[in-house]
Design a protein around this ligand. Structure first.
Ligand code: NAD
Length: 492
């Protein structure tokens, strides 16, 4: 047993302390990576960091496994189970990587510097500085789209960051406890117990499903006196939810929601939000439009992505980005069009794919391969140069040196031939509540649509295998078992 523990200990700690690199090595290029999301972290995971002076900058000092974020809103999963500290990730790299917890406010592509600021709570003041780069990767993601609809920012909860999930979890219980408070009017109880979700994309659908589970499995048992008032409403502007999934899965989701008593309002566009109501316009079957008002206790806004100000600012500085709307237009090597030495990955890059975790992580992997190759190319080229110069000085060894040069040149030809980025879609998965999931999966070059309980088990195992680390995997499994056996934790 002791040997086993020692082995695990060795496995965990071996090679895990790269030498601290006090000063950047002047013989290497400085590679600055903005962000710690799917794109940036996938890049870091595969990057041979010894080839560059790598600096990671992000206001978030952890990687977040976003596919399980909706489960954090109800306590099915505890938030720390899906977070992995960036410093733990960096510690497993061969060469040391610098990390600054800060937000990038601007990139100057002419001076090749990134302006960053750190709103440190310890120091109190805002610390602002500049970081120069030779190569820059922008992987800052996107922010929540509100389309300028009045009241959204002030009154609704988003579902993008860990803080959003915590806020929702508190708010659900605030609504339930307030509704259960002494002498509440029936209308007020109804309002407080009405949970409204705007946006019928995967985020809105998964959250609505989780919420209904929470209600069915826990709230109903623990707060029975008001439980018949609990209601989840999903509002979607288009004629159906999950527009990116196949038709049969859309129908399956909508009928499951009906069984689960989740109200779906399609063809309903939200126009205004106040502290207690959502005002929308619904298009009826005969084409007429009608105004409807939904009083709510909790409002979750999940209408997709918008461009972050730092990305917008960079786009404005590059004339070739003039016609791009949804983010930084990149070429097939993920180079930001019209810029030098800047690449973009993930939701802030426009490469012709949907803004998903899957796309971002494949883009990150691609860049790691590209950068590793670039470094190897440079190393080989300098070896060839060196050998060619010795060729003149040591006439005796000519045959051997020439053979060596040839070998290096053959290697160079092979690695210089980097294929452009190609996204390989593995499929889409979404949890829809009551232990059912939908999946559009690519199988032997064909598409397979699956739904139901088995798909839910597939969803679980797929997400478990995708978790960042063994530690995350164990924590998530532990949370699932815990919430099943003991129920979710209702404390606020
Ligand atoms: P989304 O863009 O997929 O969906 C947003 C929905 O909101 C749209 O259907 C839109 O019609 C609707 N909408 C916009 N404005 C509205 C308004 N005023 N009133 C009513 N409805 C309105 O957004 P998302 O669900 O956050 O997903 C973002 C991206 O992340 C997508 O590419 C998605 O595929 C991906 N994602 C995937 C998964 C998964 O595969 N399980 C989970 C989450 C997110």
């Amino acid at each position: 047993a002791l040997a086993g523990v020692a082995y695990i200990g060795y496995g965990v700690y071996q090679d895990r302390n790269p030498e601290p690199q006090a000063e950047p090595d002047p013989s290497k290029k400085t590679l600055v990576i903005l962000g710690t999301g799917w794109g940036s972290v996938s890049l870091l995971k595969r990057l041979d960091t010894e080839n560059y002076n790598v600096i990671v900058i992000s206001p978030r000092n952890y990687f977040l496994f976003t596919p399980l974020l909706p489960s954090c809103t109800t306590g099915t999963i505890e938030h720390r189970s899906i977070m992995e500290p960036i410093r733990t990730i960096l510690r497993s790299k061969k060469a040391s990587v610098k990390f600054y917890e800060a937000e990038a406010s601007a990139v100057d592509p002419d001076r090749k510097v990134v302006r960053i600021f750190d709103t440190s709570e310890v120091k109190g003041d805002m610390i602002e500085t500049e970081v120069p780069y030779d190569m820059l990767v922008v992987g800052v993601g996107a922010e929540n789209a509100t389309f300028g609809i009045p009241g959204v920012r002030e009154h609704s909860c988003f579902l993008k960051e860990i803080g959003d999930a915590q806020r929702i979890r508190k708010r659900i219980m605030d609504c339930v406890e307030t509704a259960a408070f002494k002498d509440q009017s029936p209308e007020e109880v109804e309002r407080l117990m009405h949970m409204v979700v705007v946006g019928g994309g995967p985020t809105g659908v998964e959250f609505a499903g989780e919420l209904q589970d929470f209600f069915e499995e826990d709230i109903k048992k623990l707060v029975p006196e008001i439980s018949d008032r609990f209601k989840v409403t999903l509002i979607e502007a288009l004629p159906n939810v999950l527009p990116s999934f196949s038709k049969q899965l859309i129908e399956y989701t909508e009928s499951t929601f009906k069984e689960e008593k989740i109200n779906i309002h399609t063809k309903t566009v939200v126009k205004k939000v106040t502290d207690k109501t959502v005002e929308a316009e619904v298009t009826r079957a005969d084409g007429t439009k009608e105004k409807v008002t939904f009083p709510y206790g909790l409002l979750v806004w999940a209408t997709g992505n918008a461009v972050r100000p730092v990305v917008k600012d960079l786009m404005d500085r590059i004339p070739a980005q003039k016609n791009s709307r949804r983010g930084l237009a990149v070429n097939e090597y993920l180079v930001v069009q019209g810029a030098r030495d800047i690449w973009a990955v993930g939701d802030c890059a426009v490469a012709g794919y949907a803004p998903t975790a899957q796309v971002a992580s494949q883009e990150g992997n691609f860049l790691a391969r590209l950068f590793n190759n670039m470094a190897r190319t440079e190393a080989l080229e300098s070896k060839v140069r060196e050998l060619s110069s010795t060729l003149n000085l040591q006439p005796g060894n000519t045959a051997e040196i020439s053979r060596e040069i040839e070998e290096y040149e053959r290697q160079l030809r092979r690695i210089k031939d980097v294929k452009p980025f190609h996204y390989s879609h593995q499929g889409s998965l979404a949890y829809i509540g009551s232990e059912k999931a939908v999946a559009d999966v690519t199988w032997f070059n064909g598409n397979v649509a699956a739904a139901g309980g088995l798909t839910y088990l597939f969803w679980r195992s797929a997400y478990i295998s995708m978790c960042f680390s063994t530690r995350n995997r164990l924590l998530v499994i532990n949370d699932w078992v815990k919430s099943k056996v003991f129920g979710r934790d209702l404390s606020r």
